[in-house]
Design a protein around this ligand. Sequence first.
Ligand code: PLP
Length: 379
Amino acid sequence: MNVTAYPTLAGLRHTGRLRARGKPWFPFSADAPGGWAFSGRVALYHGVRLLHLPTPSTILVPSYHEGVELDALIAAGYRIRYYRVDPGLRIDFGDVARNLDPDVSALYLTHYFGMPQPLTAAREFCDTHGLRLIEDCALALFGRTPDDAWLGSVGDLAIFSIYKTLPVPHGGYYVAPAALSTNGNGKLRPPPFKSTLVQSLDLVHHTLDAAGWSGIERAATRAAAAVKGALGWNRGTTVASGGPRWDARLVDYGVSAWTRQLVRFTDPELVVRRRRANYAQLAKSLRRETSVPFPDLPLGTCPLSLPIIVGERDRVHEQLAAQGIEAGKYWPVSHPTCPEDLAAEMSMWREHCLELPIHQELDKEDIDRVADAVLNALR
Ligand SMILES: Cc1ncc(COP(=O)(O)O)c(C=O)c1O
């Protein structure tokens, strides 16, 4: 059995049937006006335009970022200017204040690994200075603050990358106040069928891989390759979610009915419960042996992964891979527009952060396996 970085379709078996009980959770609930898009970056591209910020104007963005979210803001017509986040990845309001001038129209903040930024302070800061607040919840679906506010419910705009938390081929979502969403971007068209098909096959492939069904997996891999060949699929010519590069073709696309259907099979309560339990178990096993920057989960947090800081990251990553454990080395470089001094402050995270899987499909034994493998690699 392999431990994947992202959940697979196997996770849906835990819910067993369509969850008809109760109302959908935020952000999919009716009291949160918003909409689907092909992915988080597309949700951001359209969502930010719903805010009707002056163009050109400047959006303050954090020095620790993936990069593609900043490309989405630039593509939407805005300038960006960077503010510091501290070594614990918390927004530095002093530096945000130093960067204010009349061109600044919005503050962009990111809930890294699902950990909440101080939202009440951010809201107050924005209200005081007449700024819009944009919450990047790409890594924080189903998370809440310790005082029980949904991440994504405090900002004027929030965006989510659904496929990072749930097993779907693609999918982004945005939440904006009702007044903004009603005069919005209209309907985005569904993605091309072959994009959904091929990304779904990739998901099936991952599912079989995680289940250790190597014979079937090999057959599925051959079948997927045959379908890709027959469809003329290649990442360069057909739209796909994920990846660090901005692809302007994506902005036309919404979400497939298939993704929306899969999301309806999700039990959010179980997703949060399992992720929190897995995170706590793994953090406890590792905290004495390696640097765990967020050893304790704040109440309400739904973590994406467990970040650890390791000296020889590539070697540890490879050793885990050799044992069938997929860890993440994401966000290797700063956006080219980020000033060097600010970028340098983030080099520890970019070079040494390893994200360990704790998603909802993993159980106690899987987490023990991850912990043992990490401890062995570190010794
Ligand atoms: C912080 C952050 N925001 C936004 C995005 C864009 O999300 P998506 O990949 O769904 O377009 C990403 C993607 O990695 C991200 O890491």
